[in-house]
Design a binder for this molecule. Sequence first.
Ligand code: BGP
Length: 467
Amino acid sequence: MKKFPKNFLWGASSSAYQFEGAINEGGKVPSIMDKFDERKSYPKGITGFKVASDHYNHWKEDVALMAEMGFKSYRFSISWPRIIKNIKGDINPEGIKFYRDLIDELIKYNIEPIVTIFHFDTPSFIEEIGGLDSSEFSNIFELYSKVLFENYGSKVNYWLTINELNMFAFVGQIIGVISEKSKSTKWQIMHNLNVAQAKAIRLCKKMLPNAKIGPAPNISSVYANSNKPQDHLAKLNFDQMRNWIFLDIVCRGEYGTWFKNFLKLINEEIIITNEEKEILKNSKPDFIAFNYYSTMTVEYASSKDSKNSLNNLGDQQSGFIIPGIGKTVKNKNLEATQFGWEIDSIGFRNTLREVYDRYQLPIMITENGIGARDVLTDDKKIHDDYRIEYYQKHIRAMSEAIADGVEMIGYMPWSAIDLVSTHEGISKRYGFVYVNRDEFDEKDMRRIRKDSFFWYKDLIEKNGENI
Ligand code: BGP
């Protein structure tokens, strides 16, 4: 095993719409996420994002808890609809102040702020130009990025462009990031997002030459379900579709031949202008951030195999069938969480290795973690030994990847403090800190340190040497 670098960024993550609540406070305008209850695909019987963990009103206390754990970094997103009021780009000073105070508070504790520009919460005013479907989207996104760079550029050294751009394409409907009214194909939307990302990178380099910026997709190794050659081919295809096309476009500046052939196979076309090609070619990131939860296992699916289900209603790893290419299957060698996500710590090492071998850029982990139904005991404790075990295995795997030669900057698992899941409510908890509320009973929102809180604090203190 190899030691973690001296300035390794230990910390954790969150996203604005899942954590802040206060959807109508502080001059914030609506986002696509605020309208979760109008969405057909949003499950009934679970809470939405109106109140979430009320971080908007608990941010000082929340940062103090992060500092107590010894965080070196905190990855959070800025809520676009809290910063920009309308399609003209008018700025909301209260929103600017909220994140300025948050960033200052983090810096006060020597916690490096790692800012995601856009994490799923598209402002509703974007609908006025046709939403993510519009080729105008990237310009509006660039203007918003400019406001962030102007206001926080002197204090933020690490920027992340768009959270899980690849998951917009695959599970966009279930997470709710792609409007149910959307007319474009998901691949056109994906392209619009890639252009928006490239414009933000280009602008960051121009305005903040000392800052670093990277993408933050959800990446995972793909396994073939058997050693049949056609299953291996399915693996290669899913690798491309799920992972590499999204990293190739940002790191290498163009879509590979595989992707062009794939679009023909599924009878889809995307419009790419020459100007966009130029921008994509000249906007390379400084590092790769990615989110890792599990791996994917696939086998070949013949062209007669059921109908195309790229419109997945499963999750990041399951529920896909593409006739002539392959389909996802359960991996019998892996155990799963209470929510059915397979747990694969060796897969984490494998994924780190693959990404580093392919792009040779430093890596930051911006999500990893276990969603569980934590139980608050009578003496007000949470004995989340399963979470500790999950982290132990994954952090050990990461140290082994470092020994393999992977260059790592930091580890920010999901999530710092409990927050609301994308579509499974507050009962699917991820935090080191428990938030005392249920799906519909908001109780007192008290923050309670879980067992994993003390474990992680100790690990950070020892810079991971006790793993
Ligand atoms: C990632 C998202 C997060 C987050 C996490 C856990 O895909 O970037 O926003 O919520 O997954 O997923 P879920 O909330 O569905 O359990």
